[in-house]
Design a protein around this ligand. Structure first.
Ligand SMILES: Cc1cc2nc3c(=O)[nH]c(=O)nc-3n(C[C@H](O)[C@H](O)[C@H](O)COP(=O)(O)OP(=O)(O)OC[C@H]3O[C@@H](n4cnc5c(N)ncnc54)[C@H](O)[C@@H]3O)c2cc1C
Length: 435
């Protein structure tokens, strides 16, 4: 390949990367989108999760905590719950970054809406009523879901949505392809090619063979995958402390109720977010995830599997403190992180609220189970102000990051809308530079 074959190379096809690929190709730029994973098409079953999470990225920390991530076309958005929350001012006003225009622009492109009650589901509505009876402030959540393609009683959002009713970053990746972009699957980028201190390309592997691609601008949107690439390029501070937005599932058996067959995170509350960094939304792992999470609690907890297909579950998610480290080159574990004292306090406060709601909804105290906390969103490992500047450029000219890794701190909220807003903002900036 000759130098500057492309205007822009984007590494990683999650929400951040696919947005940059779509926007830059719409500006008429020559774009290459590179994705480590493949393009697994059979969605809506347990095998989908295994295929989308292939390569097991950042799964175990040294302390045996699990953090979820994904490596396939569309990144983690393919297995997301579809909950839509805009970029929080609480986080971005601290660094004087206003994403409101980009977030508004993204609203219609991401199919954001609230769903009618029949799609939200009986159990979700029952939990909402129980919480509000107790004086909490629950409401329906906005979702990235096209109601015309969704069906009542389906909860397959986290299995990849077999009806294409849920927005995923593949929608933007496909739009980039229609705009003339090139996409290279099964291609893992490992290095940055530099000339005179400036980034001019990327190197990596495709099916065991070395590859090199060149462009005027390089955008890393590989999430935690950015850390290894940046360290090898001479930015050692990448991955030193990060956020995971600890979450904890609390399940119960309530006669006649069942969140397993209802839309995840379709109702809930953000009322404790500003004060305590806590959000509470009904969702529970599917049977395969539940089995492994019960096993982590110890063999005695496995007997709870009898409730697997009739459980009502609520999740607590928190803004966690920056801590730990990502180890891109370790094999057995790829990170080190565990909940801090403050993280545990926040989780405990959320769990006590959830217990009240479950009991009000009809759960017996003895049926309630608290699963072990796990990491929801690996993020903030290449933070704005430390690894990248406010325009998301690293100290290597022409090398940018754009995804959840640049968050200045834990979001403690669904991330997709924010990653897309960052992608739109960066695209305007790069287009201005390329002219
Ligand atoms: C189970 C689950 C449910 C979720 N539910 C919601 C929800 O309801 N709402 C919401 O807003 N958010 C949700 N999230 C979070 C959200 O999906 C992620 O935070 C978001 O996808 C992060 O976007 P990103 O742009 O940082 O990239 P990612 O989605 O992390 O994608 C990064 C991509 O880069 C690729 N990559 C990595 N390394 C390399 C490399 N070296 N070379 C090439 N490619 C590479 C990966 O394969 C991956 O495809 C959920 C996450 C999970 C796991």
């Amino acid at each position: 390949m000759k130098n500057e074959d492309f205007d822009v190379i984007v590494v990683g096809s999650g929400p951040g990367g696919s947005t940059v690929a779509k926007e830059m190709s719409a500006y008429g730029k020559k774009v290459l989108l590179v994705e480590r994973g493949g393009n697994w098409m059979s969605l809506g079953n347990t095998l989908s999760i295994a295929m989308i999470m292939q390569w097991w990225p950042l799964i175990f920390s040294k302390q045996a905590n699990v953090v979820m991530s994904a490596s396939n076309y569309g990144g983690a958005s393919v297995i997301s719950c579809g909950a839509a929350v805009p970029p929080p001012k609480k986080v971005f006003s601290k660094i004087r970054l206003d994403l409101s225009a980009e977030a508004e622009e993204a609203r219609s492109e991401l199919w954001i809406d609230t769903l009618p009650d029949e799609l939200v589901g009986k159990t979700n509505m029952h939990l909402l009523d129980a919480a509000n009876d107790l004086g909490f402030n629950w409401s329906k959540m906005e979702r990235f879901v096209d109601a015309s393609r969704c069906v009542p009683g389906c909860s397959d959002c986290m299995l990849g949505c077999p009806r294409s009713a849920k927005w995923s970053a593949r929608i933007f990746g496909d739009a980039a392809l229609r705009n003339g972009a090139t996409i290279s699957f099964n291609t893992r980028i490992t290095g940055i090619i530099k000339e005179n201190g400036k980034a001019t390309g990327v190197s990596g592997w495709k099916w065991g063979r070395p590859v090199k691609f060149y462009a005027k601008k390089i955008v890393l949107s590989a999430g935690v995958g950015n850390v290894g690439i940046l360290r090898r390029a001479g930015i050692p501070e990448a991955g030193r402390s990060f956020a995971v937005d600890w979450l904890q599932f609390i399940g119960a058996a309530i006669p006649g109720m069942n969140t397993v067959h209802e839309q995840p995170m379709a109702v809930g509350t953000l009322e404790h977010y500003e004060s305590d960094g806590i959000i509470i939304l009904p969702v529970f792992p599917n049977w395969s995830m539940l089995a492994s999470m019960l096993a982590m609690k110890g063999p005695a907890a496995l007997s709870w599997m009898r409730n697997a297909f009739g459980s009502t579950g609520i999740m607590v998610k928190i803004q966690d403190e920056l801590a730990g480290e990502i180890f891109p080159d370790k094999f057995l574990y790829t990170s080190s992180k565990e909940p801090s004292a403050q993280d545990k306090k926040r989780l405990a406060k959320g769990v006590s609220i959830v217990r009240q709601v479950l009991k009000r909804a009809g759960a017996k105290g003895s049926s309630i189970i608290e699963l072990k906390p796990s990491g929801a969103h690996p993020s903030a490992c290449c933070r704005i102000g430390e690894v990248v500047d406010i325009n998301l450029q690293t100290r290597i000219e022409n090398l940018y990051c754009c995804d959840a890794s640049v968050l200045p701190e834990s979001l403690g909220l669904p991330v997709v809308w924010t990653a897309v807003s960052l992608g739109k903002r960066l695209s305007k900036h790069i287009n201005g530079q390329l002219g």
